[in-house]
Design a protein around this ligand. Structure first.
Ligand code: RUQ
Ligand code: CUA
Ligand code: CA
Length: 649
């Protein structure tokens, strides 16, 4: 059919009466028009009546009972939940209590939606191989914690570990994007991490300056082929990273392993639970001993030792390493580390919001050990002979205890992997019982979860502002809780109301595999930007008139801008073999008015948000016509938003 054939076709009667929108009218829809449309979306709509019949005409369950935990259409959640994504390598954001997934932040993974691992800017953060591709494309995120000012989240940064390649990433909270990644030297299996909650040394800087990182897998140091068959020589490192520069500041050589990490509220101690004090290389060896440990690090002494130059370095790294091994730290007065014995293969160490107690659970013991912060400090002062005496309670709470969250009333909530329960226990009662008070009763309540919980955490529970409202149980199996979706099921994050005496299960949220740990943060703490600032991008094409193809031999720079529904260049010409860098600045200023840029067959795809600039570099090795098109629905003429890349043979 030709254009002439189309013209001679009968026009359908009602279409004939309709006026076609002209280009000017459609272009007008993008800026002001769309912004009006968007702000209209913010208006609160009234909630549908609880208990309304479903489409089938029947009421499913007792909807009314759970109505107060529902977030009606158009209304906002009270909390954010920031969650790791396990072997997806990303971080996710949910609204709580609704459980709505709001965003996925690519960190250690590749993500064509935003172009993570594809754009030059993201590759610079990820690090590249000599051929320009990302150094690693997989990640394994486990633990997410935010920066603190004086014991409460300050909304500036979030930190997340990569267990598989031993990296720490920082995420800016205003854009919720990763801005730095650091690979820890000589660390394999970087598992637990925690930000310092207070920084007495650098009080000029108004946010946390230390991030503690626990190395889980002991390896020969350096791991260059030496001592591979002599496990007695394997060691682990506990690393402190500066949160401003994201450079490792110091490392502590230790026996055994690190697992989870906790930081104190006064900045004096960091802790890690150790399940492999046996230093076994096979799992049965790791379970041989009845007692393992919780290892405490004396931060001030470590930093003094580093200052005094009492350090070594490991080949391939300049990071100062101090000796925290047990043999070298027997004298409390000079010790850098303190080993508190804890029953069999503990997992998880968490500090109570009052800063007084650490709960460390014996995974293969039905107990949680309560360690008093001040007593560990006393040991370092030479005033407590036996570090085990820092344990002030050890209630029996159930089988397979893992992680503990706290409310604001002195209660602890521990996940029981084997019992598939959450157990609520009172710290003060546990201490009384340990002292011999027969009337004291530590365990207050239990609730079944579905099924096999890993991490559990309370709203604001990792801060002084713990509010005792919600607990989330991140469960490892969901089996029959959701529609089956093949052999791999969704995971369940179960929401529990902990505001009353009895815990109450109020929602099952499905989550994509596999969240490990999360934090629940009050929404007023988080202040995000609405649009980007063009001046922050050195490459920004600030005026559409600067657009064009700029050639320097075989190196070609293509500069263009986007403004709905057009790119500033209708086409651009390249020659086969050119090394091309495309720089795209989005000139739209309306919140959320994002454009994409996809180049077929060249495997390039990314987005530019309002006032943002991104770039990609590639070799124009395939001659022909390539329609670069907008991948992000932005306008009524979104499909027409294209530019032609012509590669001449
Ligand atoms: S671990 S289920 Cu990676 Cu946080 Cu304990
Ligand atoms: Cu721009 Cu779709
Ligand atoms: Ca063990």
């Amino acid at each position: 059919m030709t254009q002439d054939d189309i013209k001679t076709l009968d026009t359908p009667p009602d279409l004939g009466r309709r006026k076609f929108l002209n280009t000017a009218a459609l272009v007008g829809l993008s800026g002001a028009g769309l912004s009006v449309g968007l702000s209209a979306c913010n208006k609160k709509e009234s909630a549908p009546a609880a208990g309304a019949p479903s489409a089938q005409g029947e009421v499913k369950g007792e909807v009314g009972e759970f109505g107060k935990y529902e977030v009606p259409p158009g209304q906002l959640d009270d909390y954010y939940s920031f969650s790791s994504g396990g072997h997806s390598g990303e971080v996710r954001i949910y609204g709580i209590p609704s459980g709505r997934e709001l965003k996925r932040i690519p960190v250690f993974n590749m993500d064509p939606l935003v172009g993570w691992g594809i754009t030059n800017e993201s590759k610079a953060i990820l690090g590249t191989k000599p051929n320009g591709t990302p150094k690693y494309t997989t990640g394994d995120t486990h633990h997410v914690h935010q920066s603190y000012t004086d014991g409460v989240y300050d909304g500036k940064y979030m930190f997340v570990n990569d267990k598989i390649h031993g990296r720490l990433a920082r995420i800016r909270m205003d854009t919720m994007e990763c801005d730095k990644i650091t690979e820890l030297p000589n660390v394999q299996g970087f598992h637990g991490t925690f930000t310092d909650k207070r920084d007495p040394v650098d009080s000029k800087i108004n946010y946390t300056t230390r991030v503690f990182c626990g190395g889980e897998f002991a390896i020969p140091l350096p791991n260059d082929g030496r001592d591979v068959n002599d496990p007695t020589k394997y060691k682990s490192l506990f690393t402190c990273v500066d949160s401003n520069t994201m450079e490792p500041r110091w490392q502590v050589l230790i026996d055994g392993n690190c697992d989870l990490v906790a930081s104190s509220y006064d900045g004096k101690l960091a802790a890690t639970n150790q399940y492999n004090t046996e230093m076994g290389v096979h799992y049965e060896d790791m379970m041989a001993a009845e007692m393992d440990a919780c290892l405490f690090f004396n931060v001030a002494r470590i930093e003094e030792a580093v200052k005094a130059g009492k350090v070594t370095t490991i080949a391939g790294s300049k990071v100062p390493v101090v000796d925290g091994t047990r043999a070298s730290n027997k004298d409390p007065k000079t010790a850098l580390t303190c080993t508190v014995p804890i029953p069999k293969n503990p997992h998880g160490v968490n500090i109570s919001p009052d800063g007084k107690y650490y709960a460390c659970s014996g995974k293969l013991s039905p107990t949680a050990s309560v360690i008093e912060h001040d007593l560990v400090l006393k040991w370092f002062d030479g005033e407590l002979a036996n570090p085990r005496d820092a344990v002030v309670a050890e209630p029996e709470i159930g089988l397979g205890p893992l992680h503990t969250g706290f409310d604001n009333k002195g209660n602890a909530y521990t996940t029981l992997f084997l019992d598939s329960q959450i157990v609520k226990w009172n710290v003060a009662e546990a201490i009384k019982a340990y002292k011999g008070d027969k009337n004291a009763k530590a365990v207050v309540d239990r609730i079944d979860v579905h099924y096999q919980p890993g991490h559990g955490f309370t709203s604001m529970g990792e801060t002084k502002d713990s509010d005792g409202k919600y607990f989330i149980s991140d469960n490892k199996f969901s089996k029959d809780r959701f529609l089956p979706v093949g052999p791999l099921h969704a995971e369940t994050a179960q929401l529990i109301d902990i505001s009353g005496d009895k815990m109450k299960l109020v929602a099952d949220h499905s989550v994509y595999s596999e969240p490990h740990d999360s934090i629940i943060v009050r929404r007023d703490i988080i202040k995000t930007r609405q649009i980007y600032n063009m001046d922050e991008f050195p490459l920004a094409v600030k005026d559409p008139k600067e657009s064009g193809v700029f050639r320097n031999g075989k190196k070609v720079t293509v500069k263009l801008t986007s403004q709905a529904p057009t790119y500033s260049l209708r086409e651009f010409k390249l020659k086969k073999g050119d090394e091309v860098t495309i720089i795209l600045t989005n000139h739209d200023k309306v919140e959320d008015l994002t454009h994409g840029f996809g180049i077929p067959k060249y495997d390039i795809q990314f987005i530019v948000n309002p006032q943002e600039t991104k770039s990609v570099t590639f070799i124009a090795d395939k001659p022909g016509v390539y329609w670069c098109y907008c991948t992000n629905f932005c306008h009524a003429l979104h499909l027409e938003m294209r530019t032609r890349m012509i590669v001449e043979a």
